[in-house]
Design a protein around this ligand. Structure first.
Ligand code: AMP
Ligand code: GLY
Length: 421
């Protein structure tokens, strides 16, 4: 089969490597990919949001199966467009991708179908939002409605911070149109768990659980990022919690989307918080998480392409999805300064004795060398018998990757380890 993967980061590299293991895959194209994954797939310089370019390429190459990984093209309708062109595709159609594309949609869905989430109010007028801030309790959480690259969430400790956040979203349009409507919600506490799930719209099969580390610095200090590292499985996600989540969150969400005429097929990401009152949904994403995918897929033992095609064809119930009983740890190496300004163009070199996998996110070729070209440069993922061993192995390999001003956290998995004590 000829496979096309849309996207260009570490998540896409992890998908490409797993697809490459499939006996069904003959040719793999990645649009646009990056120079760091050119050994695993043919990178084609077509942007992930260029729907016309993507469809034209898929038709020209007679692609047998497409995988659309990032949120933007999904929300823009890449799957609808590819399907119209007769190309089967992994991922939700636009009318289901809205579960990530609009926070207001997803909050209203949860309220209507009684899926546990933080209490909230929606505001379309700034004055009403500011007035509400006079009455609410703190901390409080302010979210821009639309896609904001994972940065449209502000946890305000007091009224002043909250007012600043509302103003920058609704008046200064810091997140563009995505901030013209905001959600203000209850601040929840508890450990966070990411659960990615395969679904064909009828059956939902959760993948192995994971934990992201969103802050830039050790000890969960510093700014929010796209994610600085992950571990899997997440020790807070016990079999009891998993059972509750399946019954109260996963199945009701799939059913709610069907009721709304928005059947979701693909990978549905549940961002959960295990609060003292039980698991609650913090966010849905309509796609594989990044860097969660960089620990989850290396632990998948079943054939990824077969599972994905079962999601498309509606045959997931008859398909085996098996995960290893081992553990994985991914440490993201970023450009110094990320998520604020950073320099790029530094050569990336790797020692020959790596015993971990590399998933490259931000790199390009210059003068025949691989150089840095993004905030998050790459992920170093180790798989081992148990979590402590995976963490140790990942950190044993990080110093074997070299580029100037590299920044990484030194405590990925530390909090998870405390949970196991
Ligand atoms: P999101 O972009 O929705 O994933 O939010 C980013 C991060 O903000 C989450 O991973 C949580 O750590 C935090 N967060 C979001 N909503 C809440 C909430 N209601 N209470 C506490 N923390 C939250
Ligand atoms: N790691 C969080 C996300 O993919 O949105």
């Amino acid at each position: 089969m000829k496979i096309m993967v849309v996207g260009g980061g570490g998540r896409e590299h992890a998908i490409v490597k797993k697809v490459k293991e499939s006996p069904l895959a003959e040719e793999i194209y990645v649009l646009p990919g990056n120079a760091g994954m050119s050994a695993d797939a043919v990178c084609v310089p077509i942007g992930a949001k260029d729907l016309d370019g993507i469809v034209a390429f898929a038709k020209e190459k007679q692609i047998d199966y497409a995988i659309v990984a990032p949120d933007d093209p999904l929300v823009l309708g890449a799957v609808d467009r590819l399907n119209e062109a007769g190309i089967p595709c992994f991922g939700p159609r636009a009318n289901a991708a809205i579960i990530e594309g609009s926070k207001i949609f997803s909050k209203n869905l949860m309220k209507k179908y009684r899926i546990p989430t933080a209490a909230y109010e929606v505001f379309t007028e700034m004055d009403a939002a500011l007035k509400y801030l006079d009455e609410t309790s703190y901390p409080t959480v302010i979210k821009a409605d639309g896609l904001a690259l994972g940065k449209g969430v502000v946890i305000a400790m007091n009224r002043e911070e909250a007012r600043d956040a509302v103003r920058s979203m609704m008046e200064d349009h810091m997140f563009g149109d995505s901030g013209s409507r905001v959600v203000i919600e209850e601040f929840l506490t508890g450990p966070e768990v990411s659960v990615l799930a395969f679904t064909d719209g009828k059956t939902v099969i959760p993948m192995i659980s994971s934990m992201d580390h969103k802050r830039a610095l050790d000890g969960d200090a510093g700014l929010n990022t796209g994610g600085m590292g992950t571990i899997a499985p997440n020790p807070y996600y016990t079999p009891d919690v998993a059972e509750t989540c399946h019954r109260e969150i996963f199945l009701p969400t799939i059913e709610a989307m069907n009721q709304e005429g928005r059947t979701f097929k693909g990978c549905l990401y549940f961002g959960l918080m295990l609060t003292p009152k039980g698991p609650k949904v913090i966010e849905y994403n309509c796609r594989f998480g990044d860097p969660e995918t960089q620990v989850v897929l290396p632990l998948l033992e079943s054939d990824l392409l077969t599972v994905m095609m079962a999601c498309t064809n509606g045959t997931l119930a008859e398909t085996e999805v098996k995960f290893s009983s081992r553990s994985a740890c991914c440490v993201i190496m970023a450009s110094g300064g990320y998520p604020k300004g950073y320099e790029s163009g530094f050569e990336i070199t790797v020692d020959g004795d790596m015993t971990a996998e590399l998933f490259v996110a931000g790199a390009k070729e210059a003068d025949g060398k691989l150089v840095t070209a993004g905030g998050r440069v790459l992920g170093v993922t180790a798989v081992a018998e148990n979590l402590p061993a995976a963490i140790e192995e990942a950190y044993r390999n990080v110093p074997k990757v070299h580029f100037a001003k590299a920044h990484y956290r030194t405590d990925i998995g530390k909090r998870a380890l405390e949970a196991t004590k």
